[in-house]
Design a protein around this ligand. Structure first.
Ligand code: FAD
Length: 567
């Protein structure tokens, strides 16, 4: 088996067999990418047999087959996504390794220069003839090549915050250039994952292609930002290119620290260990719940801050409700292990939630942080705040909400505050040190609940303030800290927590329609029927229905109090 290392993250090789897998695992490969269609040769192991063997060894396995000379934008994008999103290092293989090498070269074409790609190949003694031709043909056939360019506005992240802000800026100014830097080809409506985990939504209802959501007129740079140089108004992309901007908006979301829990990544999605925090494992939650006949069901909640602080317990309530409906609840020993000291941070909602904890007979263990999991023996370990004691807990089903933190490339950048979040004024969302930088969403320092509901109110504030500055005017919009957490206490009822800075209740509806401190059917209807279209068709399209920003009392920045609400 000849293995050629192209980059730190990717090597290529000729065809491998099931017998090679142990050696590859010993070499540290975490992902295998098979680029060969099945059935090319009689002695070729099938994709299925390799996939099963890789799964047994805990390796990620992807099949992205390509016939020689049939490279196109779609399969190159698949290969690029596989490289970006799969555990590293990865090994790609085909009959000789040449198709995998060509895939890498084409996938790198939008971030690296032709010269650097070819010099990598030459360094490894790979014949570049043919690959060079593929690169030229591919570059001509696609418009993916991105040279160093200047935009009026560069937005980092094509998630909830990035796309909503681009749409809201365009609504105010159509005559400016905007680029969104986003590596993923799919966009996810993450609030729907709780419902996927309860069998209410299908996974597909929460997934849209990124292309379909990037607003018309906005350039999508399919890459990831790696560093910021705010003194030069530039960002560097992972491939080395630089983008210049007049204004920067950073919305790269929060980092899920799965690997901080020993043994978790090896077992997540198997061995009855699941999480609604990942698109790939949310359906597994529902599989486990609907087939669960009894035993210990353990739910975990990590230290704050996390996105959607209610999501860990939403999974518990909906699971319990299903077991109650199916007559199984009395056979289930349910517990929540919560790093925090309270069920929910805003006290007004706690009595309603406690009533459900009692109804479902769930045990609450505060001050317990998940530290390790062994899926094969179905054991989990929790530490207490002083870390002096470790509790071993056996489970028959484990739902993990992972610890979360600021993304590393933010934490290590000049934009970060001491905790790693992008340091912004809580009201204007403008950076505290760089006047032409804004941030919103889960990665910013504003002390609101990290939710898409918060983003819905933040995006118009950023768009309004940024376009005011572009026009040479003073900023006038303020964010009041609004965030919302629809606590799905049963299938059909929700405690709709809506609050702003300092835990101030900010209900969107009068109490006679929906009293947020009690479970209501109206809120369930809102969550399941109304909020997805509000997200996709209003918020991501710049239609700011009930999301107009408050107005700063004077047209100044930073920490001023707010006046009356305007729409
Ligand atoms: P995201 O939407 O996560 O987007 C970040 C984007 O940045 C991603 O597309 C990512 O690929 C991209 N990115 C990352 N790194 C880079 C880089 N280096 N360069 C370029 N791009 C990069 N919210 C609610 O309001 N209500 C709910 O009921 C609710 N429930 C939830 C349940 C679950 C299980 C989860 C996981 C979340 C839930 N949320 C809920 C939270 C909500 O989804 C997030 O708060 C929201 O998506 C944050 O938006 P964002 O733009 O900050 O981040």
């Amino acid at each position: 088996m000849t293995i050629t290392q192209l980059t730190e993250d990717l090597s290529v090789s000729p065809q491998i067999t099931v017998d090679n897998l142990q050696a590859l695992a010993d070499l540290g490969f975490q992902t295998l990418i098979n680029n060969r269609p099945d059935g090319e040769a009689d002695d070729q192991p099938s994709a299925q047999s390799l996939s099963e063997a890789a799964a047994e060894m805990g390796m990620t396995y992807l099949h992205i087959p390509v016939k020689p000379n049939e490279f196109n934008k779609t399969n190159v994008a698949l290969f690029r996504d596989a490289l970006m999103q799969s555990p590293k290092p990865a090994l790609a293989f085909c009959r000789t390794g040449r198709r995998s090498t060509t895939f890498w070269a084409l996938a790198s074409a939008n971030t690296s220069t032709l010269k650097s790609i070819l010099s990598t190949l030459q360094r490894e003694g790979i014949d570049i003839e043919g690959i060079e031709q593929h690169l030229t043909t591919y570059a001509a056939a696609t418009s993916e090549g991105v040279a160093s360019k200047k935009y009026d506005v560069v937005i980092v992240g094509g998630g909830a915050g990035g796309i909503a802000t681009a749409a809201s800026v365009l609504k105010r100014r159509r005559d400016i250039t905007i680029a969104i830097v986003e590596p993923k080809t799919d966009h996810y409506y993450q609030p729907g994952w709780t419902l996927v985990g309860a069998g209410v939504f299908s996974p597909e209802q929460t997934q849209r292609s990124m292309k379909s959501l990037i607003p018309k007129g906005v350039t999508w740079v399919r890459d990831a930002v790696s560093t910021f140089d705010p003194d030069k108004n530039q960002v560097t992309l992972r491939g080395g290119d630089r983008l210049s901007y007049q204004y920067l908006v950073a919305a790269p979301g929060i980092k899920l620290d799965w690997e901080k829990i020993e043994g978790l990544t090896e077992t997540l999605g198997r061995n009855c260990v699941t999480s609604n925090y990942d698109f790939r494992t949310a359906p597994y939650t529902w599989d486990l719940v609907k087939n669960f006949k009894g035993g210990r069901a353990v739910f975990t909640q990590p230290p704050m801050p996390i996105k959607c602080a209610g999501a860990p317990q939403k999974a518990l309530y909906l699971s319990c409700h299903h077991w109650e409906q199916s007559g199984n609840l009395s056979n289930v020993d349910v517990s929540l292990y919560n790093s925090g000291a309270v069920l929910f941070g805003v006290g007004d909602y706690v009595p309603a939630l406690e009533a459900y904890i009692q109804r479902y007979n769930a045990a609450l263990n505060f001050g317990h942080t998940l530290s390790a999991v062994d899926g094969s023996t179905k054991k989990a370990w929790f530490t207490t705040p002083d870390c002096n004691t470790t509790t071993e807990v056996e489970f028959d089903m484990l739902h993990v909400s992972p610890p979360q933190s600021a993304p590393d490339f933010i934490r290590n950048s000049p934009l970060a505050n001491t905790e790693g979040w992008i340091d912004v004024s809580a009201e204007t969302l403008r950076h505290t040190r760089y006047d032409n930088v804004f941030a919103l969403g889960d990665a910013c320092s504003a002390p609101n609940a990290k939710t898409a509901a918060a983003v819905r109110k933040q995006a118009p504030v950023v768009a309004s303030n940024l376009t005011a500055l572009l026009a040479g005017e003073a900023m006038a919009a303020a964010y009041d800290g609004y965030g919302s957490c629809p606590l799905t206490v049963e299938k059909g009822k929700i405690v709709l927590a809506e609050f702003g800075y300092g835990g101030k209740l900010l209900p969107s509806m009068p109490a006679w329609i929906n009293d947020g401190t009690s479970p209501t059917r109206a809120a369930w209807w809102l969550k399941t029927k109304l909020l997805p279209p509000i997200y996709f068709d209003l918020m991501l399209k710049g239609r700011e229905w009930m999301a107009g920003p408050q107005r700063l009392p004077a047209a100044t920045d930073k920490n001023q109090s707010t006046a009356s609400v305007t729409s």
